[in-house]
Design a protein around this ligand. Structure first.
Ligand code: SF4
Ligand code: FES
Length: 270
């Protein structure tokens, strides 16, 4: 609502925003006691949720209620709560990181939901991401792909070349930077019908493939990372594009095309 206040000396335009009421929600949450236990969806009610709370703060409110009743809180992963660390991996109403785009679960606000809504919350589903407990999954398969080749070797013996002396085109540095913004959250895997890790692996290959510093180990890197990706049990890419849509960092499918080119030329060289 806009209100205009005028007199001879001034004119003031006041915009009034509606006061958002707190919400009551029904949560259907995957509960699983351990990696080997059989899990199931349990239903809970949560009250007093402010629209400006984050999704994780809403779960905190739920868990405070469990602690007060001496019951087991829901286990979920989180660390930075700023969209940086990539740990907050939740499937919300069937979508990795929920209904908003280009954000992680910790950046999702409850104003995206309505009072009385039912929200289904599950862990990311993939064979290569086994459930540890409740909503927490083991994503160490991503770490092993990184360890297989997601690094460069730099001479640190005292005569290291200043990075500013190595000319890199603006286009390549931007593309490399964009690929490097992948936070390893796993939403691309959770979104993919084949649970493929191609977008993640392609981002990690691309960030080096585009820079001169990454050229030395390029052949070995792409072969080793793709081999590890396959070993971990991720599915194949069938060019559906769901990964790109659900990626909170907007990692482009172009990275997959680049990795495929790198892989083809490395296989020929090998
Ligand atoms: S590519 Fe996107 S969705 Fe996949 S791990 Fe990286 S940031 Fe997450
Ligand atoms: S908690 Fe770090 S990205 Fe969400």
């Amino acid at each position: 609502m806009r209100l205009e206040v005028k007199n001879a000396h001034y004119s003031l335009l006041i915009t009034q925003y509606p006061i958002l009421e707190s919400m009551k929600l029904t949560l259907k949450i995957w509960r699983q006691k351990s990696a080997s236990a059989k899990g199931k969806i349990e239903t809970y009610q949560v009250d007093g949720i402010e629209p400006d709370m984050s999704f994780l703060e809403m779960l905190d409110v739920l868990n405070e209620g469990f602690v007060e009743k001496n019951e087991e809180p829901v286990v979920f992963d989180h660390d930075c709560r700023e969209g940086i660390c990539g740990t907050c991996s939740l499937q919300i109403n069937g979508e990795p990181h929920g209904p908003d785009s280009l954000i992680t679960t910790c950046q999702l606000h409850m104003r995206k939901f309505n009072d009385g809504d039912t929200i289904v919350i599950e862990p990311f589903r993939a064979t290569a991401f086994p459930v540890i407990k409740d909503l927490m999954v083991d994503r160490s398969s991503f770490d092993r792909i990184q360890q297989a080749g997601g690094y460069i070797s730099v001479n640190t013996s005292g005569n290291t070349q200043d990075a500013n002396n190595i000319p890199i085109s603006k286009e390549d540095s931007d593309l490399s930077f964009n690929a490097a913004t992948c936070i390893g959250c796993g939403a691309c895997v959770a979104a993919c019908k084949n649970a493929s890790a191609m977008l993640f692996t392609a981002a990690k290959v691309s960030q080096f493939a585009l820079l001169p510093q990454g050229k030395l180990e390029a052949t070995r890197r792409v072969l080793a990372m793709v081999e590890q990706m396959d070993k971990e049990g991720f599915g194949n890419c069938t060019n559906t594009g769901a990964c790109e849509i659900e990626c909170p960092k907007g990692i482009s499918l172009e990275n997959i095309a680049r990795m495929n080119r790198e892989f083809m030329s490395a296989s020929t060289e090998g």
